[in-house]
Design a binder for this molecule. Structure first.
Ligand SMILES: [Zn+2]
Length: 420
């Protein structure tokens, strides 16, 4: 009887604590490490590939030509196309939130905007017919890593608008010194490259046609070693797989380590799109994304029926593991399943750093991995042993509305003013 071992989970997360951007060779290496672990515990994983858009920055330049002259350090905004080789010369306009008012005089200018561009902002700057854009990132009081941002394929329908990224303090200087005329140069190679999921199914003894899917993404964002987000979840579900490899389940358990989650849930979308079994067979998804923080708080986001939320509340009291629970959507690999009407439980522990170079194993500990892992195991064991599947395969209307809003935001399916 294998139990959840926090120390072992921690060692695995240390082993995959290196930058693992979607589509990179490092992501592929991490997939190989996970697959080997699965084979070592007697399972038979598959590593199906899918395509994602990727870019190679070749040149990025921003030169102020008047009223002063200065070359600024900038980065290519990924997948936004290229300027002509010699660059474009245009007036600079600080368009703050890329809002309607700020963009009123933006045609043919290079606009400076706060932070990155989401789909709605991208559409607005496209409609304003700007010549290019510069987004500022980081903190004005501290230079750390230049953000590496890219637009997503959903944006492509609005055309290519060459973009750059600049440090916040330099952006402030551009505004303060009233930079007027600039030359923006952006060159990049864009291509589709393979990313991959790692999938391992343990067939059920009694009800093989009822499937519970267990997900955790294993890719990371740039600069991040992705220990907390989400080496930790990857290691926790490996412990679950190990348990059920040795204690064969009644229902079928499908474990998926998803690739390219950070690029827009690409791996889980690819899986849902390409899976061959009857989609009605999947009864529930358990997703673990961010875990193990020495400091932090546990959260459960239930994209599913009231009964599931209440069950987690009761389990929390029974086990003494504190959780705040909510019926909502969680921007992670449960979303593509929710779109198919499949309910999910997302569990996580927030507190330790994510999405920067400070996402490191040293802020996580085996005890908290073990705690969340045991909670997940107890939940899965209950679901697996149930005579009748314990939770309705449904998503309540108010949660469906939140899901619709989520899709509107990421796909731009309407012009609503939603924000998140
Ligand atoms: Zn994550």
């Amino acid at each position: 009887m294998a139990d959840i071992c926090g120390e072992r989970a921690y060692r695995l997360l240390e082993e995959i604590s290196f930058e693992r951007r979607g589509g990179s060779t490092e992501e592929k290496r991490a997939a190989g490490i996970l697959a080997k672990k699965l084979r070592d515990i007697g399972l038979d994983p598959e590593i199906p590939e899918f395509e994602i858009w990727s870019y190679e920055p070749l040149e990025a330049g921003l030169r102020v030509l008047s009223p002063y002259q200065k070359e600024y350090e900038v980065e290519v905004y990924g997948l936004t196309g290229c300027t002509p080789r010699e660059g474009i010369e245009a007036e600079l306009l600080y368009a703050e939130e890329a809002d309607e008012v700020s963009l009123a005089t933006a045609a043919d200018r290079v606009v400076l905007v706060n932070r990155g561009v989401d789909l709605k902002r991208y559409r607005r700057i496209a409609e304003a017919e700007v010549a290019g854009f510069v987004a500022w990132g980081g903190e004005i009081y501290r230079r750390e890593d230049m953000p590496k941002w890219a637009i997503r394929p959903e944006y492509f329908k609005h055309g290519k608008i060459p973009g750059a990224i600049i440090f916040a303090d330099d952006a402030a200087e551009l505004v303060q010194k009233k930079a007027e005329k600039v030359r923006l140069t952006i060159q990049q190679d864009e291509a589709e490259v393979p990313s991959q999921n790692v999938i391992c199914e343990i067939k059920g003894r009694e009800k093989p046609d009822e499937i519970v899917v267990i997900t955790a993404h294993y890719d990371s964002v740039p600069y991040s070693m992705g220990a907390n987000d989400n080496g930790a979840g990857s290691a926790i579900i490996m412990e679950l797989a190990r348990h059920f490899a040795q204690n064969s389940p009644g229902r079928t358990l499908r474990f998926i380590w998803c690739g390219s989650e950070e690029l827009g849930l690409r791996g889980s979308f690819a899986h849902v799109r390409e899976q061959e079994s009857d989609p009605d067979a999947i009864k529930l998804v358990l997703n673990v994304d961010v875990a193990g923080g020495i400091l932090g708080r546990n959260r459960a986001v239930v994209t599913g029926p009231d009964s599931l939320k209440h069950y987690v509340d009761v389990m929390s009291r029974c086990t003494g593991v504190a959780f705040t629970t909510k019926q909502d959507v969680y921007s992670s690999d449960s979303i593509p399943f929710a779109e198919q009407g499949i309910p999910s439980l997302n569990i996580m522990r927030f507190g330790a750093p994510i999405h920067n170079r400070h996402d490191r194993a040293e802020y996580l500990c085996p005890e908290r991995l073990e705690e969340l892992g045991r909670f997940a195991l107890r939940f899965l064991s209950d679901v697996d042993a149930a005579r009748v599947f314990p939770f309705e395969r449904e998503i309540p209307d108010d949660v469906k509305k939140k899901l619709d809003k989520y899709f509107q935001r990421v796909r731009g399916e309407n012009d609503g003013e939603e924000k998140g």
